[in-house]
Design a protein around this ligand. Sequence first.
Ligand code: AMP
Length: 401
Amino acid sequence: MSSYVLVLNCGSSSIKFAIVAVNNGESILSGLAENLGSDNSTLKISHAKTSTSYSLPANCKHESALSSINNILNEYQDLKQKVVAIGHRVVHGGEIFTQATLIDDEVKAAIKNTSHMAPLHNPANLSGIESAQLAFPALQHVAVFDTAFFQTMPKHAYLYALPYELYKTHGIRRYGFHGSSHEFVSTKAAELLNQPLEVSNLITAHLGNGCSITAINQGKAIDTSLGLTPLEGLVMGTRCGDLDPSIPTYMQETLGYSASKVNDLLNKSSGLLGISELSNDCRLLEEQSKNGNELAQLALEIFCYRLAKYIASYMVASGPLDALVFTGGIGENSSFIRQRTIAMLSTLNFSINEQLNEKMRFGHAGFVQQEASHKIIVIPTNEEWVIANKAAKLTLASGEQ
Ligand code: AMP
């Protein structure tokens, strides 16, 4: 009998959830509760190609939303009975969590203690965990950390060239995010290459609204572009990625911006949106770019140029490359971004097969390079499956003890 895991991703005002089949990663039922804490909280559940909307109590928070979700899941008794565990996405695990873990009081305290490094995410993740424990007391709860996959990085990759004291006393270092996605596509890439992951050297580019790139040497993450927070590195939908570290102080001291205005500007109005003055949606920018919109063209060019530079530099970290992998909404679907980025890497022996590149979109996985090129693979990610797998394994193992 196939088993299922309820995967929960709790944000400050939302809960994204899915019941995932452990054997094949299929999402059997999924849902989204939004605008929690306001008087128009909504809940939508999708199952078997139909979508049902429910209203939630006014000012409903995680606890009552999860209790409502639990009640609604009673309508899907057959499925609910096969749920063996709850897997929680937790954004920041600091240096404490190098892998997924069964949740107990000590784990919750450690997640709380890491909250200062992800103030927008960890408190919401924790509130989701506590509420889910109340709503589903009979099930084991497992925390799966976005940062854990990167705990194999060596010190020379994760330390900034700042006074060492800041690392020792305040934990200021690179942590990395999108771990479940990079883990999923690296495992899949090794399968497609027909070789063990443990001997695979890869560069995995997760390009969605948030973007990150990871160098993998012999199956282990060796470097990654997101840092202390998910702001560093590549150009993203609304986040700036790398910039001269003096720019934020310049904006504060010379332009008179407040610290929170600078923070908002870098996180919410930069990236593709900031440059194009139009949108963070890559699809729209491609469309407008074709129509001759110069800022849309510029935004996409900066996106690809930064990405190409990162790919080139990560060849230092990965060692002799087995494959470059594209994933995430943009990486999986935008043949334009892939083609333009690879064109910038022609001197490093990358070239794209245009027909294959056009074919690998909308859920198709496969190779897209020309014969003499480094291998380039498109792989649709499935972060929920990674979380479901880890939650099921830990729950099973705890039952066997
Ligand atoms: P994600 O955060 O992984 O859901 O990815 C969201 C991003 O993927 C947005 O910028 C979308 O515009 C982009 N995206 C989705 N589908 C396409 C597509 N067919 N072509 C280009 N970009 C796409």
